[in-house]
Design a protein around this ligand. Sequence first.
Ligand code: BTN
Length: 254
Amino acid sequence: MLDIDLICESLPGRTVLWLEQTDSTMLDAARLAEGGCPSGTVVGAEEQTAGQGRHGRSWVSGRGEGLYFSIVLRLPLEPAQQPMVTMALGLAVAEAIAHTSGAAVDLRWPNDVMIGDKKVCGILVQQQHTALICGIGINVNQDSFPAGIAPIAGSLRLATGRRLNREPMAIEVLRAIDRHVEILVKDGPEAILRLFTAASSYVRGRRVVVEQGDRELRGVTAGLDGGGFLILRQDDGSETVILAGGVRPERTEG
Ligand code: BTN
């Protein structure tokens, strides 16, 4: 079990709960939010039996291998600014992973943290009334993944060749989240857009395929619009604003 006392001592004034096992910390955090918990409350687990990913997928959450937690945020933001929270969280996690592991990280729009072409962290944000339930899953010490996701999933251990302590990483991630949320609230979405554009190799000039339901769009990324959505310049010269969907590098055959 993660040393929860160490985390609480390092983050005075914050409620951090850590469970041996749960279905999904998204559900635990939603219950805490419903009960009126303060902004910043964290609930994590050693293992999730029904970890949730984006687009209805599941999140593999093996016992003690990763960091799986949800944080409840109550922020003074307009609804239109909320997509920016997911980008602020991505920036925060990427920065914390880079500091604690030394790995060179990238951000794949809107908020996957990547090392090379492998995803090492996923972020899921759900709105519940006035609260945001922000789930973060970081693959820390996994040494393998199920065959179905092995080609696309990575861990910090696989990337660095070392096992990493999860406590310093959790502390760094939570501090970085506080800093980036403050940037968003105080300096506005433009500041997060600038930081994200600087941190992500996917935002500009990257040839990608975007999955949109059962069709695929191909083109070159051409920056973010004011709402944080990705602009794709398709091969016929038209520009499409990508509101959601999986973005992946286009592989050339041969
Ligand atoms: C994604 O698909 O990229 C998002 C994955 C989010 C996983 C985390 S793990 C902690 C929290 N609890 C969940 O059930 N999901 C999120």
